[in-house]
Structures are given as structure tokens and as C-alpha cells.
Design a protein around this ligand. Structure first.
Ligand SMILES: *Cc1c(COP(=O)(O)O)cnc(C)c1O
Length: 458
């Protein structure tokens, strides 16, 4: 007899993963190493130590260890918001009238409102273990800064957040959540750093970008004793921590003998798609299964679909290491009109390599069609989705509607990376009918790509 699939599938505490999965161990071609922009050589542990926590650097460089034990204090913290449910979106299926089966993994069930807490707590733990006083970081939409402040508070270390100025102004209440957890927050670019002052002098009216907030946070980390810089996406270590999402999803699907055909996640820096999809990509790489995997990105910052696979800076200030990734150029600043998050110019080196090998595909969506999908989902399933996550919802709905045309009963699983309670200015624009789509011209992207560094690309 078939087991009846519940609306929400939860794992028990015993069924919870106790290790993260490192997909690099199963990759034949490893992601390209981070380069020192000065020497053009792969960064060594010693060179990275002034910037990053030592244990996190080891994880960053480790292409071989397949399973990494999750430290007990991190497992303890996970209990507060994990396992996250895998939800059978039967109301959405009904609303769409599709024969497809749709499931979503819901990562928004914590105060930070997104999956970012999965890595924040791991990074805060390793910083604490190293005896550091605190960490610095950037935040775009604010979820990462919030998650990190929660994690640092739990571990008893300080947290300094540089928040992209336009988001800071759109979401003043983010600041209060971060302050409640004891973190401090500065709108970027600011006059508190050298690089911030330089960017302000050159672009006095800039509304900021993730790349420029990164430059500021790194400067503060390397110039303050006992501080290191931490990053909420892009890096290999972050994808590693985020695999808790995919491992739980995989176990939950197995529990009810559900075989997915299509797996979908949105892509900003690649951590939620990478974390959600890696365990399934591992099955593909080992020849055990085949899935269609889709990354959904904004048309206004189209790293995969219109970017180039090349070495680039991770930040606007060009002080960070070089990463080989799909990028629209570190000097690319997405239109301030863009409300939907996912504004980072580059992409995870792991996902970039896998995408280059054709292991998964990517699609770009304009923000109005993304918010249309958000509205359909909110009405059907009750959850107000984050604009970022709504890119994945858009892709899932499009796939489900294709099934409606063909009559195929495909099983679609997407990662609902977070909730949209702090994105109400964007929802207001959408509801008022004032939201527009700004797609960068080929010339704008070509201009940004013309400033790719020579190092690594010759
Ligand atoms: C940060 C964020 C993203 C995008 O970042 P990735 O690194 O690509 O995961 C997506 N959804 C939500 C809700 C986020 O907070």
C-alpha cells in the first residue's frame, strides 16, 4: 500500500542529518581556487587568515572530504528551527489546475526569515571556537545580517553589519531586529571606512551594492584586532553548511518514496540552490539518478544567463580575492529599481563549474512576473514569500503549467528560501501597479565585463 503523503513532511530528531555534504568530493573537475589578486596564485591558508576564520578557510579549501560532522552546538541551535518542513503544495496545484506534483522546502521559519541562519550559526560557532571577539559582514536585503546577529548573540560574540544603503532605507525595521540581537548596523557606502569614503567621493549619489558593502566589512575586519570577515553566500563553506536543506529534503522525499523530476532554487550568490540541490547533484555526478535542476535568477542581475565564466573580484572595491565564477562584472551595479533581491554580480564557484558542465540550467525572470508568481503562491499556500524565493516559485509555476499543457505528472520540488515580511515596499509597488522591469542592455554588461581583472583570465 502506498503511504499517504502528508501536507507537511517532517523528519524526526533521529532522522535529522548530523553531517554536511561536500559536493566537491564528487566533482571530477573541482571549482577553481580563489586567487590572490596581487600574485595571481591560489590563496593559501596563511594568506586568508587575516580575513577569515581558520576552520572556515580549511572548509573552503577542502575539495575531498565528502562528509563533515556538524558540531554539536550547531546541531543544538538547528533544533530551534529545524527540521524545516517539506510541504506538499496541494493548494497551489489546485489553483494552477496542474497534474504536476509540487513540493516546497520551507526555510523561512525563523526570525531572520531565510535559510541564511543555517550557515550563520556555523560561522559564528567557528569564530567563537577560535577565540575571536567578533565578525563583520555585509548584508543586502538584510536576511544575512539578521541571521548573523542571531547566531553571534547565541555564541556570545560581536557582530558588525554593513547594509546596502537602498535596502537600509527601504527596510528600516531590519535594523531594529539586528539591534535586538545585539548587532550593530551601518548603511553602506559609509564614511566609516577608507573604501567607503573613496566610493562616496566617486559616486556621491550611489545607493550602494553588495560588492561595496563587502569591501567595507572586509576593511573593518582586517583593521580590528580579534575580528574576521564572514560571508553569507558564494563561498564553498557556505554551500557546505546549506546542504542541511538538501539532505533533509532528500530524506523527507525518501521517507515517502517520492521521486523528484525537477528541482528548483533561486540564485543570488548560489547558497540556497547549492545547499538544496547539492545532495541531488551528487546523485547525478555519481551516476545514480537524473534530475532537471533549474536556477532562477533576476533578469536585472543575470549572472548565469548573460554573464561570463571568468575570474573576477567578489567586491566593487576590488580588494577581495578573485573567484572564478559566472559574473556580470564586479563593477556592475543593478538598477536601484530592482526590488527583488539577488543583486550580487557573481555566483558560487561550485555552482559556476557545475553550470559550465551543463549539470543544471538557469533562467532569468523579470521582477513583475516574479511578483505575479508570489501573489499566486501567497493566495494559494498562505505564506508571503520573499521576492528572492519568488523567482523559484515563478520557475516552479511555469514548469507546472507546462505539465498542464502536456498532461505530464511531473514531481517538482522547489526551495522556498524565505519570507517577505520586510519586502513590503516592493509588494506595495507591485500592488500599486508601479513596479517596472529594468533589464540591463548588452552595452552595460559588456562595459562591466570589460573591467574584469587580467589576473587569472589570460
Ligand atoms: C539571500 C537570500 C537568497 C539568495 O542568496 P543565495 O546565496 O543565492 O541563496 C535567496 N532567498 C532568500 C530568502 C535570501 O535571504
Amino acid at each position: 500500500m502506498e503511504k499517504k503523503i502528508p501536507y507537511k513532511i517532517y523528519l524526526t530528531e533521529e532522522e535529522m542529518p548530523s553531517q554536511w555534504y561536500n559536493v566537491r568530493a564528487d566533482m571530477k573537475i573541482k571549482p577553481a581556487p580563489l586567487l590572490n589578486p596581487g600574485t595571481g596564485k591560489p590563496l593559501t591558508l596563511e594568506e586568508m587568515q587575516p580575513i577569515f576564520c581558520t576552520e572556515l578557510i580549511k572548509q573552503e579549501l577542502d575539495n575531498d572530504t565528502k562528509w563533515v560532522d556538524i558540531p554539536q552546538p550547531v546541531l543544538d541551535f538547528y533544533k530551534m528551527f529545524r527540521p524545516s518542513p517539506l510541504v506538499h503544495a496541494e493548494f497551489l496545484e489546485k489553483a494552477l489546475g496542474t497534474p504536476a506534483k509540487i513540493f516546497y522546502k520551507f526555510e523561512g521559519n525563523n526570525t531572520s526569515g531565510s535559510h541564511k541562519l543555517n550557515s550563520a550559526i556555523a560561522q559564528a560557532y567557528y569564530a567563537k571556537e577560535q577565540g575571536l571577539k567578533g565578525v563583520t559582514t555585509e548584508t543586502g536585503a538584510g536576511q544575512w545580517g539578521t541571521a548573523l546577529s542571531m547566531a553571534c548573540q547565541y555564541m556570545g560574540i560581536d557582530c558588525k553589519v554593513y547594509m546596502v544603503k537602498c535596502s537600509y532605507e527601504q527596510k528600516p525595521f531590519r535594523r531594529e531586529v539586528i539591534r535586538t540581537y545585539g548587532g550593530s548596523i551601518v548603511p553602506s557606502p559609509s564614511d566609516t571606512t577608507q573604501v567607503g569614503r573613496k566610493i562616496l567621493a566617486e559616486h556621491p549619489d550611489t545607493t550602494g551594492s553588495l560588492g561595496c558593502a563587502i569591501s567595507e566589512a572586509v576593511e573593518v575586519a582586517v583593521t580590528n584586532d580579534g575580528y574576521r570577515y564572514v560571508l553569507g553566500s558564494v563561498l564553498n563553506q557556505v554551500l557546505l553548511h546549506q546542504t542541511i536543506i538538501g539532505l533533509e529534503a532528500q530524506a523527507a522525499l525518501k521517507k515517502y518514496d517520492i521521486k523528484p523530476d525537477i528541482l528548483i532554487g533561486c540564485t543570488g550568490g548560489g547558497s540556497n540552490l547549492g545547499g538544496f540541490a547539492s545532495p541531488f547533484i551528487g546523485e547525478i555526478l555519481r551516476g545514480e539518478a537524473n534530475y532537471k535542476i533549474i536556477g532562477a535568477e533576476p533578469a536585472s542581475c543575470p549572472s548565469f544567463t548573460r554573464g561570463k565564466y571568468a575570474y573576477d573580484f567578489c567586491d566593487t572595491g576590488m580588494i577581495c580575492p578573485l573567484a572564478k565564477m559566472y559574473t556580470v562584472g564586479s563593477q556592475f551595479i543593478p538598477s536601484s529599481n530592482h526590488a527583488g533581491g539577488l543583486r550580487f554580480h557573481g555566483m558560487s564557484p561550485i555552482l559556476s563549474e557545475l553550470y559550465d558542465e551543463g549539470i543544471f540550467e538557469a533562467r532569468a525572470y523579470e521582477q513583475t512576473q516574479v511578483f505575479e508568481a508570489a501573489e499566486i503562491f501567497a493566495k494559494a499556500e498562505g505564506i508571503l514569500p520573499a521576492p528572492e524565493s519568488s523567482h523559484a516559485i515563478r520557475a516552479a509555476i511555469d514548469e507546472a503549467l507546462k505539465c498542464k499543457e502536456t498532461g505530464e505528472e511531473k514531481t517538482i520540488v522547489f526551495n522556498l528560501s524565505g519570507t517577505g515580511y520586510f519586502d513590503l515596499v516592493a509588494y506595495k509597488q507591485f500592488n500599486d501597479g508601479t513596479m517596472t522591469d529594468v533589464i540591463p542592455s548588452d552595452a552595460v554588461i559588456a562595459e562591466a565585463l570589460s573591467k574584469l581583472p587580467k589576473v587569472g583570465n589570460e
